[in-house]
Every structure is written in structure tokens, then in C-alpha cells.
Design a protein around this ligand. Structure first.
Ligand code: 5GP
Ligand code: ZN
Length: 116
């Protein structure tokens, strides 16, 4: 399932080091290398999916899992009550730069809407 030239597949496999936050059989969460907020965590499926645009109904449970894990991490780290933002950048106009589906979990400061 992993793709040879995919950065996040290499991180999931442990071939590239990362600041692990959480993992289970379906996903891996780690600190973003270039944080845009005091807390900036990426939650990625172990299975390679290029983007939300490429996900299909067979992955609906996995997509829900990524969101529920994001909420669980937020509660465990103690910022759920203050609030946080989850973001799934998709394709070029969405600002996606790494083409392995991932959820950004951002917290520790207020966020404006709409984002830039
Ligand atoms: P995107 O722009 O695709 O939505 O998000 C990709 C994210 O991956 C960016 O926030 C970027 O800082 C992060 N990133 C890129 N390369 C690495 C890396 O080698 N390690 C970690 N931990 N994060 C990375
Ligand atoms: Zn991948």
C-alpha cells in the first residue's frame, strides 16, 4: 500500500524520523515540521491515499476515524474546550503540498475564518 516516493509513507514506515504524537492500526499522528500554531499535528492514514479528492466510499470509515482521532488528541492534550481547527488541504488551490491525505490539527491560538 505504501508508495516508494511518498514522504508521509516514509514517515509512517519510520524511514524518516518524526515527532510521534499518536498511532494505531489505521493512522499515525506527528508534529508538523513547520508549525503554523503552537500545536500543529498531522494525522495521516497508514494506507496511501493521494488526497481527499481520491478517497472513495470504501474509505469512509477511515476518513471518519481520522477526524475522531483528531478530536481525541485535542481532548487528551487539553485544548478541546478552548477550541482548535482541523484542515484538509486538497489539490493545488487548496494548498496541498504533500500528496498523501492528511488532517492538520491546529491549536493554541485563535483562528480567523475564512482562512487566507
Ligand atoms: P499540506 O500543505 O500538503 O496541506 O501539508 C503538508 C504539511 O507537511 C506542511 O504543513 C509541512 O510543514 C509538513 N511537512 C512537510 N515535510 C515534512 C517533514 O519532513 N516532516 C514533518 N513532520 N512535516 C512535514
Ligand atoms: Zn503516502
Amino acid at each position: 500500500m505504501s508508495q516508494q516516493d511518498c514522504l508521509f509513507c516514509k514517515i509512517v514506515a519510520g524511514d524518516i524520523p518524526s515527532g510521534r504524537v499518536f498511532e494505531d492500526e489505521r493512522c499515525y499522528a506527528f508534529n508538523d515540521i513547520s508549525p503554523q500554531a503552537p500545536t500543529h499535528i498531522l494525522i495521516v492514514p497508514r494506507q496511501h491515499i493521494d488526497s481527499l479528492d481520491k478517497a472513495d466510499a470504501a474509505e469512509s470509515g477511515l476518513l471518519g476515524h481520522l477526524l475522531l482521532i483528531s478530536a481525541e488528541i485535542a481532548r487528551e492534550k487539553g485544548f478541546a474546550e478552548d477550541g482548535y481547527r482541523v484542515v484538509v488541504n486538497t489539490n493545488a488551490d487548496g494548498g496541498q503540498t504533500v500528496f498523501h491525505l492528511h488532517v492538520h490539527l491546529l491549536a493554541g491560538r485563535p483562528f480567523v475564518f475564512p482562512p487566507g
